[in-house]
Structures are given as structure tokens and as C-alpha cells.
Design a protein. Structure first.
Length: 299
């Protein structure tokens, strides 16, 4: 299955027993499937079937479907109710026998009289089948449009994954140098401070001072360790790629992964002890925010 966007537009028309029906479909992103149907009065009875068809073919999106009917007179034949017509003419003759000056009814006036003309009963099953065929044709076009948009968004998201992976790899390569530099400076400062303390009648021995320095440096290095965060980011990036390759309705899953990646980027920033780590955290968060904006459009 391909990745689908929730954004799309399609329109088509076709003939039905009651006239030409035009179907227009618009779709934008939203958390769930939100349907808005606007059908002309002459085909309003098809609405339940239209809603059912949309629910089967679409998973998410704010979808508006408008159906307009252009009645075809030749497709809507009518017949004259002969008994009603005869009775009307009889009444006219009676009136004229009483009042010879009374005008006779014109054909147009006769046709306007209630019950004289009867429209043939509409075959609702035939109309429903024809309308649904037009709807499915429009939905085919809408699904294709959403798939094209989804393919483009998928490529954008993969590019973001490449950017994040490059940032993670760059930070991972620089971490040993950063930690070594910080440990060296910290050792130098602690060594100076504790050596000075030894000259001031301290009870600590030189060996104990060295042990204390090693402990402090080790603890500080542990606080700087972001290997766990880097590994989790690697895992999340791989999962994003896997979901995009698998296709289908992955929008919610990708949104969850983006939240988790943002959590790791924030942790990386909180542990930052060098400008390189701070810049990496900011870069990751910006990229993740951009990803989430695009993910919101995916089905």
C-alpha cells in the first residue's frame, strides 16, 4: 500500500435515470474521518449509501462531497391521467353551460391542474446504482490525487530522516573528543583546588585527592553520556523509514514517533556541555517540528 495524504480534490459527472449528476470531492487533513455531504433534493435519498461508500474507501480526512443534479426532461417522462383529464373537461362543460361566456382552459392551464399530469415513478435502485458509480469514479480520482501527494510527502520525510541521521552521526563522532576535552579541563580545575586544600592542613592524602578527582570526573562523564539517546534516535529513524516503506495509514504512528524523537532531542539538549551538542539538539528539534507538520497531512 502506498502512503496517502489527506489532501485532495476530484470531480466527475455522469448520466443517471433522473438526469446528469456531478460529484465534487474535497479533502483536507483532520484527526479522524469527518464527512460533510451536500446532495440536491432530487437525489437526497442516496445519502446513506454515499456515506457508507465513503467510510469504506477513506480512513481519515475532512471530506466534503457535493452532488448536483441537472434534470433531464427526456429521462423523466410523465403521462396524462386520462380519468382526471376527462373529469376536468366535464366540469368545464358544465360551467360553460351555465355561463357560455366563460373562457375555455388552455393546454398550459390544464397541465397545471393537480392530478392531470403524473410523473412516472422513479426507480430508486437504478438511480442509486448510477449515482454510486459516479461517486466511485470521483473517489478513484481523489484517492489517486491523495496518493500522489502522499508520495511527495514521503520523499520529504525521508529527506528529513537523512538530515537527522547525519546530525546524530556527527554528534556521535564528536562525543569522545568533547568528553575528553571536558574531562581534561575538569581534572585540571579539581587538581588545582584539592592540591591547594592539601597545603591548608587537610587530612586528605595525595592518593585520596587523586581518587576524589577520578570519582568526580567519572560522575561528570556519566552525566554527559548521550549514547543511549543517540541509539534511541537511530531506532526511531529506522522505524520511520520502515513505516514509509510499508505504506498504508501510518499518520498516527509517525506522529507518535515524532513525539518520541523530540523527547530524545530535548534530553540531548539538557545534557549539552558543548556548543556542538547544543547546536545538534536545536537542529534535531527544528527538523522534527518540520516533520510533524508534514505528518499531520498523512492518512
Amino acid at each position: 500500500m502506498s502512503i496517502a495524504s489527506m489532501t485532495g480534490y476530484a470531480t466527475t459527472d455522469g448520466a443517471t435515470p433522473v438526469g446528469v449528476v456531478t460529484v465534487e470531492c474535497r479533502s483536507v487533513n483532520t484527526r479522524f474521518l469527518d464527512l460533510t455531504l451536500r446532495l440536491d433534493e432530487g437525489i437526497r435519498f442516496v445519502e446513506p449509501l454515499v456515506r457508507e461508500t465513503l467510510q469504506k474507501r477513506l480512513t481519515r480526512g475532512k471530506v466534503e462531497v457535493r452532488m448536483t443534479l441537472r434534470p433531464n426532461e427526456s429521462a423523466m417522462p410523465a403521462r396524462v391521467n386520462e380519468p382526471a383529464l376527462k373529469r376536468l373537461l366535464e366540469l368545464q362543460q358544465q360551467i360553460q353551460s351555465v355561463n357560455p361566456e366563460a373562457d375555455s382552459l388552455s393546454v398550459a392551464e390544464v397541465l397545471e391542474m393537480p392530478g392531470v399530469v403524473e410523473a412516472e415513478k422513479t426507480d430508486k435502485d437504478a438511480v442509486s446504482a448510477a449515482v454510486l458509480a459516479i461517486l466511485n469514479k470521483a473517489l478513484d480520482a481523489l484517492v489517486e490525487a491523495r496518493a500522489r501527494e502522499g508520495a511527495a510527502l514521503s520523499k520529504v520525510l525521508l529527506d528529513y530522516c537523512d538530515n537527522m541521521q547525519a546530525t546524530v552521526n556527527d554528534v556521535r563522532a564528536k562525543i569522545p573528543e568533547i568528553v575528553s576535552h571536558i574531562e581534561s579541563k575538569l581534572t585540571e580545575r579539581l587538581n588545582g583546588a584539592l592540591t591547594e586544600a592539601l597545603t591548608e592542613k587537610s587530612t586528605l592524602s595525595a592518593e585520596e585527592v587523586c581518587d576524589r578527582i577520578r570519582q568526580e570526573v567519572t560522575l561528570y562523564a556519566m552525566r554527559l553520556d548521550v549514547d543511549e539517546e543517540m541509539n534511541r534516535l537511530d531506532t526511531h529513524i529506522r522505524e520511520v523509514r520502515r513505516l514509509l516503506a510499508a505504506g498504508g495509514a501510518v499518520g498516527r504512528k509517525l506522529d507518535f514517533l515524532a513525539q518520541e524523537m523530540n523527547r530524545e532531542a530535548n534530553t540531548l539538549g539538557s545534557k549539552a556541555a558543548a556548543i556542538e551538542m547544543t547546536n545538534a539538539s536545536l537542529s534535531l528539534k527544528i527538523t522534527i517540528d518540520q516533520m510533524r507538520e508534514q505528518i499531520q497531512n498523512l492518512e
